[in-house]
Design a protein around this ligand. Structure first.
Ligand SMILES: [Zn+2]
Length: 252
């Protein structure tokens, strides 16, 4: 797109990804790919229904300190990410209508929880939504480089998924893992970097999960009811699976 083609005060979707290890089988840009593809698919659906929507390039670097013991991980940390998000939204607001950050990496969420309310206080129309399929069971919506991300990448970027798939990593739920990850990093709990279990992942499942995810993200954007943290929450209230890592909980 060139500037004369921009619609007036469009809804702007900003994919927010990461560059971090995703096990021995998925590429470093997995979270960025998922965020960008989700934003593009949602934008296409919204444009079809008559809205003005544009998608920015994906933010490729985020807060990935918990993956730093694996070579290839590139993290800018929470503080720098916070500054980036704040300046991006201030700049976007000069021409955008509404701004939605589409989040592919769970580790970025704690930054958004503090940055987005500040931006709202400044008068910007900004909120955020995680890339999470609606209603999928917890064993599929695992935390990092497991069944969910492997199926999604087999659908979105089949040539980038290394075979054979690795076995299960640490499969404990994220609420149990999170304190360990924060204290010691992913390497301390999983030598392969996988949290969850990619076994059984398929492109067909990835296609279904992607369709469910884009429909869910679209619903939340259309509903436009951010909570105090700026999160566009689940339509219909709380997630049905308490403790499911793939709901609004952190996912890598
Ligand atoms: Zn990921």
């Amino acid at each position: 797109m060139a500037w004369p083609e921009l619609p007036e005060r469009p809804l702007v979707l900003v994919p927010v990804g990461a560059t971090e290890q995703h096990g021995p089988h998925l590429p470093f840009d997995t979270d960025s790919v998922i965020a960008a593809e989700t934003a593009e698919a949602v934008a296409t659906r919204l444009v079809t229904s008559g809205r003005s929507v544009v998608v920015t390039p994906a933010l490729a670097f985020g807060a990935s300190g918990e993956h730093q013991s694996f070579a290839g991980t590139v993290s800018i940390g929470q503080e720098a990410l916070r500054a980036v998000v704040i300046e991006l939204v201030r700049s976007l607001s000069t021409w955008a209508g509404r701004i939605v950050l589409v989040i592919g990496h769970g580790g970025n969420m704690s930054t958004l929880v503090s940055a987005v309310p500040q931006l709202t206080d400044e008068g910007h129309d900004v909120s955020w939504v995680p890339c999470a399929p609606a209603g999928a069971p917890p064993e599929i919506t695992d935390a990092h480089a497991g069944r969910l991300e492997t199926s999604l990448m087999l659908f979105l970027r089949p040539g980038s998924v290394r075979q054979p798939l690795p076995g299960a990593g640490d499969t404990r739920p994220m609420r149990e893992l999170l304190p360990l990850l924060t204290a010691s990093g992913v390497g301390a709990v999983s030598s392969s970097g996988v949290l969850g279990d990619p076994t059984g992942a398929t492109a067909e499942e990835g296609e279904e999960l992607f369709a469910s995810m884009t429909a869910e993200v679209e619903r939340r954007i259309v509903r436009a009811q951010p909570d105090a943290r700026g999160l566009l929450g689940r339509v219909g209230g709380r997630a049905r699976h308490a403790g499911a890592t793939g709901a609004d909980g952190p996912r890598g």
